[in-house]
Structure formats: C-alpha cells, structure tokens
Design a protein around this ligand. Structure first.
Ligand code: ADP
Length: 794
C-alpha cells in the first residue's frame, strides 16, 4: 500500500528532484520568514489558483518583471503531494491532459499536463530552477472529466493525486502504440518476369486476402521469411503498414434484443428514459436472481450507444469468471464483443484497450473495478453489475470502493449509472428507499423458473454423526438430486482442507512465522498455507513445538474436506471442487464452469467463487455446509454479507423450468439472517439492518474511516499510535476509537494497529483526517494507511 502521508518519502523525492514543485511553494508560515525566497507570495500577493490544482506557483508580483519562461504543471504517477512545474522548451505546444515525458532527478517519467501553460511572472531564482519538459507523447490528451475524476478520487480517499493518476496511465508506456507492423498482400499486377518456384507459388497462394505479417504468410505456406521478402523485392507482394492496434468492431445498438417480459420492459423503459434525459441519475436495478436484469440493462446500453455515436459505455463486473458468459451475451445482443479489461488480460491486449478507449473508438468496455480508471473520451453510461459484491473494494495501493467511485464519476460526468443486484448493498438500498436513487424492481424469475425453496437444518438437533460434516437430510437431498439426473452444488466459504491444524499432544496451533494467522491445511498439495500472505510449508511430520510424531490434526472443514466426505458417500458421482486454490487459471475456471453448464458434473463443491452470477440450467439443489460461517467476527457488514452470499448461492438453484431447493446447515436458525432467508423476506431484513445501523450512526447513516499503522518494530508502531491518539480530534460529531491492535496484529512481519474514525454525515471526514495526520509526527519506520469507507476490519 502507498502511504498517504509519509512526509519522509515525499521529502526524499523532493530532495532528489531538481524540478520545482508548486506544492512545495504554497504559502506557509515558514515561507513567510524567508522573504528572499517566496516572501512576496506569503505576504498575501499570491493570486488565486485559477488554473487547477498544482498550478498555483506563487507569482511574485513584487519581483522585477523579468521575461518569464513558459511553463506548466505536470502530475507524475507517483505518491507526491501535487503537480510539479516544468518549463516548456521553445516550440513545444501542450494542452491540459497531454501526456509528456518529464525529468525527475535522474529519471525520465511520463506524466500528465495538469495546468494549462502560462508565462506569468516568476522569481528569477525559481525560473532558473525549472527543468524543461522532454517531449509531448503522441497520444490523445486525457479528457477533462478524467482529470477531474483523478483529483476527486484523491481528495475522497486522501491518497496523493499522483497515486490515483498511476491507476489511469500506469507507467505511461501504455499510451504509446507498439511500432506498426508491415503486412504483405498479393500485388494487383504481378511482375511478368517472376521466376516461379513451388515455394513461391505456395507463398503467393497464402498471400491472397487482406495484408498480413510476413511471418504469418510464411508459416501458412510452409516457406521461410526470405521467400516472402524475395517476392516483395520482385514486386509480386505489396507491403502495407498494418495498424498497431486493430480497432474493436463497433457494437450495433440497432439489433433486436430479446423479447422482454412486461417487468423487464418496464425496467428497460425507465432506464432508457434516464439515458435520454442525459443528466446524472442513479438507478438501482433490484431484481431477484434469474429475473433477467442483464437483458434489461442491455436496453440502457443500446440507448446510450444509439443516442450519440461517440458515446462510451462501461459495464463493471466483479469477477473475471463472469466475463466469458457476459462476452457471449454482449455478442449475441450487439453483434460484437466488448473491449475487455481486467488483470488477466495480457499486456498487449490491455494496451490496445487503453489506447482505443483513449481515442474514443472502443465504445463498449467491460471490466473489473480498475476499468473505471480507463482514459474515456466520452463516457455516457456505467452499469455496475452485482453492485453489492465486496470485490469492488480495492484494498491494495489506493484504497477505494469502485461502486461508490463509479457513482461519483457519473455524477461529475453528468450521465446515468445503473446498479444491478438481487441483493443490493445496504448503502444502495437505503439510497433507493430515500429516493436518492430510482428503484426499479424485477420481482420474479424470467420465464417458467421459480425462486428456490429454502429450508434450514438445525445442526443442534439434526446434525451429522461425529467425524462427519453433512447432516442426514443434506445427504438425502443430494442422493435424490443425483437419482433424478440433476446437478447439485455444495457450498462452503472456506478454502483448503482444514482451517486449523493443532497438535493433539501439546495443543500447539500451526501459525505463520511472520503473521498472527492460522495455517490452513491443503491436503491436495500436502501443505499448510497462510491465506493472507501465501506463505506455505509442507505439512510437517513432527509437531514443531513438542516434537511428537503424527499428532498434527486438522480441525474443522474446508471445501476439500467436504469433497472428501462426498467422494466416500457418492463414489459414482462426478464431483468437482471449485475454489481459488483448485483452479489455476481463468481459462481453467471457464472450462469448469462450461462443464457444469453442460451437465458434465453432478456435484460441484465450491467457495464463494461458485456463488456469483452463474447460470446452470440443470442445477436444482444447493446445500450450504456452514451457513453461520460469515456471522462470526465483529465486522459491521457480517450479517448483510452473509445474507447476500447465501441468497446468491441459493439463487443458483432452479434457474430453468425445474424447481430448485436450498438447504442451510445452521446452529442458529433463529438468527435474523436465517429467518429472512427462510421466509424469503429480504426487505424486512434490510430494513431491520438499516434501523440498527442508523441507531449506531454507522454507514450509510454515518461515515467511517480506518487508519492502519504498521511497521517491523512493535515499539515504534505503539509509539506512533500513542502520538496520534494524543492529538485525535474529539467531539463535533466525530468519534475516534483506538489505537487497538488489529485483529491480525502481525502480518508479513509487520506489527499493525488500527484507529477507527466515525463521524456524522455532515462532518468533513477527509479534512478531519488530513488535519489530524498532518499534525502528528510521522516516521519512516511506521507506515500509515487511510481507508475511507473500510470494508475489511482485519
Ligand atoms: P439475472 O442477471 O437477473 O440473474 P439473467 O439476465 O442472467 O438474470 O437472466 C436469467 C436467464 O434468463 C438467462 O439465461 C437469460 O438468458 C434468460 N433471459 C432473461 N431475459 C430473457 C428474455 N427476455 N428472453 C429470453 N431469455 C431471457
């Protein structure tokens, strides 16, 4: 993670940099004491900043008017506090948003022109320090909306704008297209004197059709590259420059979509109207699993694409595993696949998406949360599918909630956003209830499909025999489903074989050496793994504490252990395990999902990766091995998340004509979450949940932020936490709790302490955080990370 306020690292950047920083030159009391330097500005002569952030170099009107150099401020993709000023070399023209190469110390970096060029008077001393820009990069400038969004996200998350810019331009290399390749095609008028050989004949045959690289033609014809070059020299093949990036085929919004049900049509009509009005609007598309939300929001996409031929539309998906099915559906609807953006897309393909988006030519983009930071020219609609999904929260680097940032992007860009879910987040639900978001409901499944029947198994009365994990009724339901030739899904949101390994002799618990976390047994690989850091060791024969042999025993089940029990009970069933450990690549995941869709798997055992959005028509039974799992721990959203997860899992059952059912193994069937699931009464649950959060003034009725301190030296972390505690602002609608050791008090060898800040909605949380942290001394030994709207409390 990037420290938001590590003054030390910023200072060391400053020291290395010879470029002058506009940030460094803001009027401060210190500057006021150095009139020779910037005193004039500090004395109140600074002009209001009218050129955007970073442009407020203090113009020294009191200095003798010298010929001032033309210059502009440039934001670099680094965690610096603001933009730096650079001189514009003679003849170089730049605009705000242009990508440029700029020196920083000994390095040459790609940054973005943040303030319009100007030549206002400047102290000669400062002018002399200005470094010139190296060059302007041949690429479309970032749009004003993208620049504005970077500033806004930085202000909201309290991360430096350069760190946010980094999410847009990365290192900047992505902006430059790879060198265009040369393609060859058969010449219109072949030379008459060409000496024919069998190789040449084959090559000419292969060169029919559109121009292709020499390598492709040569390999098809089974000849060497030299044959192609020879033919080109003789004029039998013509060379053409191939575009570096193949354009994405345009989606056709005019194609007919699916015939919508009456409910879907009403929903589509409301979304189309929002697109037609063309201002900001947020719409919650709240439809039960299988109600056909996708087909409905496709109508909004079509309307946006049709309304403006330069419009771009972004559809955000939480899971890479969902993208294949989504691509197919987009292709069926619009005749062309969307441009796809997520971490598993290769560098070259990603570069193409970035550049085509920057040029405004990629019109329909589908991607993970980071797709929000692509360089759109004219973004006119965002759809956030499965908007409740916790995967939208980014926890590394700049910490942000992509769904919330997407709403802000739409509000600032003046266009509609659709949030789609069967189990909306409490945040979105409350906004819909209060009328801030339009609330569009789809209350029944599409076609003949019905909602599954959900029942509980009370583990206190009807639980499994000792040493087993699945209750008799659970097993019976599986057997019935198998006998009927249908598919089952068994869900347990816990990876590996057993969450804890304990020595039966001395009670030693196997933990990671550098973290306060249990090691999880993975029997398949015979290793013990830390799920937080990935640290792993082969499972030892001897207890590392007492040295006893073969006394290390697994405690509790993970998916692998459930699968083991199922294999014993149903040896003839075709069984597959799906968790992030058992599936090595997205391609493998796609293969598994395809097999499931085709009915080649009888029982799919999985973690939350199976819960999301999939459509398995022959799946009629869903069993949840431990429905109580998510309710443990002090997480603010534990109940909400458990409800969402379990209704999503249950919602996989009975998505076609055959009715589905779900069984939940639970020790607390009277818990509000279980009661709501059994009664199918989501709204009552959310209303009750909302009431308790309102009473505690927790989100969305109050605001939260976490401050996490960490470092290799426990004492230093404690001291830093103590210093912050002494200066913590109290009162005025804000509470600061802590410091407390984080639930995972040691991770990767770093000690961790947390503060939690809660304030009322009207309190300017970011200002409070910034002032508080800026006032306390910080040290290089202790990293401080701010998490506004935290989702993880570990
Ligand atoms: P949701 O996203 O609400 O869970 P989907 O959009 O995935 O639901 O739709 C559920 C199933 O119903 C899918 O197989 C989809 O292809 C089908 N479906 C939905 N609407 C229509 C329609 N209007 N015509 C034909 N099939 C539809």
């Amino acid at each position: 993670a990037i420290s938001s306020t590590s003054a030390v690292s910023i200072k060391s950047f400053m020291a290395r940099s010879t470029a002058t920083s506009s940030w460094d030159k803001r009027p401060t009391p210190a500057a006021a004491q150095k009139p020779a330097d910037l005193g004039a500005a500090a004395a109140g002569q600074a002009r209001p900043n009218s050129r955007g952030p970073g442009a407020d170099v203090l113009e020294a009107d009191l200095f003798e008017a010298v010929e001032a150099p033309r210059r502009c401020s440039v934001l670099l993709p680094l965690p610096l506090a603001g933009a730096y000023d650079y001189a514009l070399p003679e003849g170089m023209e730049v605009r705000r948003g242009d990508l440029v190469r700029a020196p920083l110390g000994a390095r040459m970096l790609v940054g973005v022109v943040w303030g319009a060029p100007h030549a206002e008077p400047i102290a000669p001393k400062l002018a002399a320090k200005l470094k010139p820009l190296e060059e302007r990069i041949e690429a479309p400038p970032l749009s004003p909306e993208v620049l504005d969004f970077v500033d806004w996200v930085a202000a909201y998350t309290t991360f430096p704008p350069g760190a946010v810019l980094r999410m847009v331009i990365r290192s900047g290399r992505i902006a430059s297209a790879p060198k265009p390749k040369t393609g060859f095609a058969r010449a219109q008028t072949p030379p008459e004197d060409l000496k024919m050989t069998p190789a040449r004949a084959r090559a000419l045959e292969a060169a029919n059709g559109p121009p292709r690289p020499a390598r492709d033609i040569a390999s098809e014809a089974g000849v060497s590259d030299a044959v192609i070059r020879g033919l080109a020299d003789k004029g039998a093949l013509t060379a053409v420059e191939l575009p570096a990036d193949a354009p994405f085929p345009p989606p056709d919004p005019g194609r007919a979509g699916a015939a919508l049900s009456a409910d879907q049509e009403a929903a589509a009509k409301e979304m189309r109207a929002a697109v037609a009005k063309a201002g900001y609007a947020a719409l919650l598309l709240d439809g039960v699993t299988g109600s056909g939300k996708t087909e409905a929001y496709f109508e909004a996409v079509a309307a946006a694409l049709a309304a403006d031929e330069t419009a771009q539309v972004l559809v955000m998906l939480p899971e890479i595993a969902l993208t294949m099915d989504f691509m197919r559906r987009v292709e069926a609807r619009f005749g062309a696949a969307p441009a796809l953006w997520h971490s598993d897309v290769g560098d070259r393909a990603r570069g193409r998406v970035w550049r085509e988006t920057a040029k405004g030519r990629a019109r329909l983009i589908a991607g993970a949360r980071s797709a929000l930071f692509l360089p759109y020219q004219n973004l006119r609609l965002i759809i956030v599918d499965e908007e409740h999904d916790a995967a939208y929260k980014q926890e590394d680097g700049v910490i942000y909630q992509a769904r919330d940032m997407a709403v802000a992007r739409a509000a600032r860009g003046g266009f509609p956003i659709v949030l789609a879910s069967a189990t909306p987040s409490l945040e979105s639900y409350a906004n819909a209830r209060s009328g801030r978001y339009a609330h569009i409901r789809l209350t029944s499944r599409f076609g003949p499909a019905r909602m599954p029947e959900t029942r509980a198994i009370d583990m206190r009365k009807d639980g499994p025999a000792a040493g087993e994990w699945l209750a008799p009724r659970f097993v019976a339901a599986l057997a019935e489903t198998l006998a009927a030739g249908r598919q089952s899904m068994v869900f347990l949101n816990r990876r590996g074989y057993a969450p804890l390994t304990i020595c039966r002799r001395c009670g030693h618990r196997m933990t990671a050496p550098d973290s306060d976390t249990w090691l999880v047994e993975h029997r398949f690989e015979n290793r013990l793994v830390c799920h937080h850091t990935g640290y792993s060791i082969p499972k030892p024969k001897l207890c590392p504490s007492c040295g006893a042999e073969n006394t290390l025993a697994p405690c509790g089940p993970g998916v692998e252990r459930i699968a083991e029990e199922l294999r014993v009970r149903f040896p003839e069933a075709r069984l597959a395990v799906f968790s992030s450990d058992t599936v090595a690549s997205p391609a493998e995941a796609q293969g598994l999902l395809r097999s499931m869709t085709r009915g080649e798997i009888d029982i799919l055992v999985g973690t939350q990766v199976v819960a999301k959005g999939h459509n398995f028509p022959n799946l009629t039974f869903v069993g949840v091995a431990d429905a109580d799992l998510g309710l443990q721990g002090g997480d603010l959203r534990a109940a909400e998340r458990t409800f969402q997860l379990l209704s999503q899992v249950a919602g996989r059952a009975g998505r076609a004509s055959e009715p589905g059912r779900a069984l939940l193994q639970t020790y607390q069937p009277e818990h509000p979450v279980m009661r709501a699931l059994l009664a199918g009464d989501r709204d009552a649950f959310l209303d009750q949940e909302a009431a308790s959060r309102r009473a505690a003034r927790f989100p969305p009725f109050g605001r939260l932020a976490a401050v996490i301190l960490s470092g290799p030296d426990e004492e230093a972390v404690r001291a830093a936490a103590g210093a912050l505690a002494r200066t913590a602002p109290r009162g005025d609608g804000a509470d600061i709790w802590g410091p407390a050791p984080a639930p995972i008090a040691r991770l990767r060898g770093r000690y961790r302490m947390r503060f939690l800040v809660r304030c009322d909605r009207g309190v300017p949380l970011q200002t409070l955080l910034r002032d508080w942290l800026a006032a306390a001394p910080s040290s290089s030994a202790v990293r401080r990370v701010v998490d506004v709207d935290p989702y993880s409390f570990l």
